[in-house]
Design a protein around this ligand. Structure first.
Ligand code: GLC
Length: 784
């Protein structure tokens, strides 16, 4: 495809390579990140994911070394050979990533396809070659993480996936090659090295992570440019930071979005919505959000209300808002083809809809019947769609849920030849399909931002790399299966490893009927997932916290309340994620990558760095093994201190989800509230697990963008432990009126004396902990 290197030329950070048959560009983005590019379709990068490429002026040394060109940055050594083979080494010369030089050699598939097909089996065909293909050597100890929302396990080695946003209502199982999102990004980890690859190509892409041969792995595409980023780093966290520096960080959301959310297809008419809201308050279950699924609309026409079922939506939403409920409404892309329907007529008049190849507005069937599809690749369409959000906001809607935006239709994916404007580079559906949902979410985000001034809350089903900037995601139509509860964990963890921190799965499962035990165990996981939403499908059994029996209700209440107490900690995680790119829900490997034991842990996760969650994921199970990594851990329920670096057995009756806190942690807690903002919290509880540690707590108005102008307060806690424990409290930044006092819950009961700024304090002894109150000012707390 490329042939020999003919010449090369260095221009700033770019190395232009002239090959016999093609040209290539290597661009040093910063010492750790390098872009490999060949303009096979377009001369430039037209990325939908990388919107503000920040190219660092850095030293690079380029030398011709006979058969190859050598490029050195401060951190990497790169060798480019004929056929545009590129090998990456660290600066000490250790190979990190090597292009595979031999022909691909797929394993042999024996037997006949047709016989198996005759019996109705789905049969994998031999993999084919792609127009663009990058084949890399697979090292024996290499593991893969990321790839967005895929079924299966945490480590993707040995599996094959495709990136083609897919709405597949059949139960999600390991053989699904694709689901709703396409995030062509993965991280590799070896015993002593790690890096990431982001293949920025929106066409259908293919990722074989060593399935067809254990000597290599490859990624490929049918069309588009060869355009991938090699992202180096000293550890996985740095790689993830590099990737999110490119594609964007999950922004800090409004705090209410982190509360509990209740959904169902559908709460309608308005009486049913009121009844749901009333139940939450009466049964003392905190809840911030109720979702309205498609039936609130008139004939499924987006941006309308069914006036029979919702005669006065403004009044209804206003009443609910006053009771502390935010309303999120679903908006699908399909616009009903109907004369005199304003959205349809305006879109049609302005050419905002996708067309067929003859330029005629393309029509397919979705909920409203014959529908047309906004061309979100066109900026004018996006601006118009953004303006439409005003209609929802004016009714009192607080967030928008974007669905069916793969785009899905009742006849499967749109045909390849549907036409899109693509910012003046007219193209067809094969290029836009994977970014359609991403662009819809972007338009929605921008509209809500402009017209509410607050941090928008958008949920999308379809996504591409970078969607985290605009929207939270949920993992689509799972089922009320134990297997789906189990699978949701590696799925969400890999979404987090792919930059999407704010994500969740339908708690309780969407299709099929949930059971009391399954809901009890699912809410225990949901309490620790960033998006905490119970949602279920049409015609399934009721699944609200009270829908089963007293025991299930109590368990739901217990974990939803636990979630509300942890809100300040969760909010801190999202705030710090704006800088680090680290997700809320983390595989253990993200913090313990030198511990081989954690590479394949699918059924435990970290909630931030210091809380380890090991839920029960099987029916009937009341005990499980838990792996605790190095250090000491405190059982959240019993306060027992346990040495890590080993497996333990933990009893877990139905109301217990095993949770462990790392020694040296300070976890901020809120008092009980029915919804975010119910109370003006002037006293923050600090749940302290004595040891060495550091914690930063962040406070702002929980909703606006004023924090970006400095309106926030930052508390830093540095805890040191020898014969006494000393906590230095420093207010690092103070431009938001936060707390008057801290209530300290100190998890140890062998205390003789406590002083704050050298003044002795009274304390209360309570089981295996003590409690006392200090003013929320800078100072030194000493506990002996
Ligand atoms: C899709 C969504 C689901 C929603 C339903 C009706 O199946 O994934 O969440 O409830 O459509 O809108």
């Amino acid at each position: 495809m490329f042939g020999k290197i003919v010449s090369h030329k260095v221009e700033d950070n770019k190395i232009h390579l002239e090959f016999e048959k093609n040209k290539g560009i290597l661009e040093v983005i910063n010492p750790m990140i390098v872009n490999v590019f060949c303009p096979l379709k377009y001369n430039n990068h037209y990325s939908r994911a990388v919107e503000n490429l920040n190219i660092e002026q850095c030293e690079i040394l380029v030398q011709e070394k006979g058969s190859y060109i050598e490029i050195k940055t401060e951190a990497l050594l790169i060798k480019v050979y004929e056929d545009f083979k590129v090998d990456f080494y660290n600066i000490e010369g250790k190979i990190l990533c090597e292009d595979f030089r031999e022909e691909r050699a797929p394993f042999i598939r024996r037997g006949t396809i047709s016989d198996a097909q005759d019996e109705g089996h789905n049969v994998d065909k031999q993999a084919h070659n792609h127009k663009i293909e990058v084949v890399k050597r697979l090292f024996g100890d290499e593991k893969f993480y990321g790839l967005g929302e895929k079924t299966g396990h945490l480590n993707k080695r040995g599996y094959y996936y495709e990136m083609w946003n897919t709405d597949d209502p059949t139960p999600h199982v390991e053989s699904h090659k694709s689901l709703y999102k396409s995030i062509p990004y993965f991280i590799t980890l070896r015993e002593d090295s790690t890096f990431g690859i982001f293949f920025d190509n929106t066409f259908k892409t293919y990722f074989d992570m060593g399935k067809e041969n254990s000597e290599y792995y490859y990624f490929g595409a049918e069309d588009g440019n060869l355009d991938y980023y090699f992202i180096g780093g000293n550890n996985i966290q740095e790689v993830l930071k590099g990737y999110t520096d490119l594609t964007g960080k999950t922004p800090l959301p409004q705090m209410w979005t982190l509360g509990y959310q209740q959904s169902r297809w559908s709460y309608s008419p308005e009486g049913r919505v009121k009844e749901i809201a009333k139940n939450f308050r009466e049964k003392d279950i905190p809840c911030d959000t109720i979702h309205l699924d498609i039936d609130y609309m008139e004939s499924f026409k987006v941006f309308t209300w069914d006036k029979e079922r919702f005669p006065d939506e403004k009044k209804l939403l206003n009443e609910l808002n006053e009771d502390g409920f935010k309303i999120v409404t679903i908006i699908d892309p399909g616009v009903k083809k109907e004369k005199n329907y304003d959205i349809y007529e305006t879109g049609l008049k302005n050419g905002y809809f996708a067309t067929d190849k003859d330029g005629i507005t393309y029509v397919n069937r979705v909920w409203p019947g014959d529908s047309v599809f906004p061309d979100f690749s066109n900026k004018d369409t996006r601006d118009w769609w953004a303006e439409n959000q005003k209609l929802l906001l004016n009714s009192g809607v607080s967030g928008v849920w974007n669905d069916m935006n793969e785009p899905a239709s009742f006849n499967g994916p749109l045909p390849d030849d549907v036409q899109f404007e693509n910012e003046g580079r007219n193209t067809d559906h094969t290029e836009i399909h994977n970014v359609y949902g991403h662009l819809m979410a972007k338009a929605t985000f921008e509209g809500i931002k402009k017209h509410s001034g607050k941090r928008p809350f958008v949920i999308t089903r379809a996504a591409y790399a970078g969607t985290q900037k605009y929207s939270t995601v949920w993992t689509g139509d799972n089922q009320s299966f134990w297997d789906h509860l189990r699978m949701s964990i590696p799925m969400l963890l890999n979404l987090g490893m792919s930059g999407i921190s704010f994500c969740g799965a339908d708690v309780g499962g969407f299709s099929f009927d949930c059971t009391p035990e399954l809901l009890s165990r699912w809410v225990q996981v949901g309490a620790f997932t960033p998006l905490f939403r119970n949602h279920s499908g049409s015609n399934t059994r009721d699944q609200e916290p009270w829908a089963f029996d007293e025991e299930t209700l109590n368990i739901n209440r217990k974990y939803i309340k636990l979630r509300y107490s942890l809100l300040p900690y969760l909010y801190d995680l999202l705030w710090s994620g704006e800088t680090t790119g680290l997700p809320v829900m983390r595989p253990l490997v993200l913090h313990y990558e030198r511990d081989k034991e954690v590479y394949e842990i699918n059924d435990q996760f970290l909630f931030g760095e210091n809380i380890l969650v090991a839920p029960i994921l099987e029916q009937g199970k009341k005990i499980r093994t838990v792996y605790l990594p190095e250090g000491q851990w405190i059982d959240y329920w019993t306060k027992e201190v346990i040495d890590g670096g080993k497996y333990i057995l933990k009893d877990a009756p139905l109301d217990i989800c095993p949770v462990f806190i790392k020694k040296g942690s300070i976890v901020p807690n809120y008092p009980e509230q029915s919804y975010v903002g119910e109370k003006d919290i002037k006293e923050l509880t600090l749940d302290v697990y004595p040891g060495q540690g550091q914690y930063v707590h962040y406070v702002d108005d929980k909703a606006s963008y004023n924090y970006r102008e400095g309106e926030y307060t930052l508390y830093e806690f540095i805890m040191k432990s020898d014969e006494k424990v000393a906590i230095d409290i420093n207010i690092k930044h103070e431009e938001y009126k936060a707390y008057n006092s801290f209530k300290v819950i100190y998890n140890c009961n062998t205390i003789k004396e406590i002083s704050f700024n050298e003044e002795k304090l009274d304390f209360l002894e309570n089981n295996n902990k003590i409690e006392f109150i200090i003013p929320a000012i800078s100072g030194k707390l000493v506990i002996r």
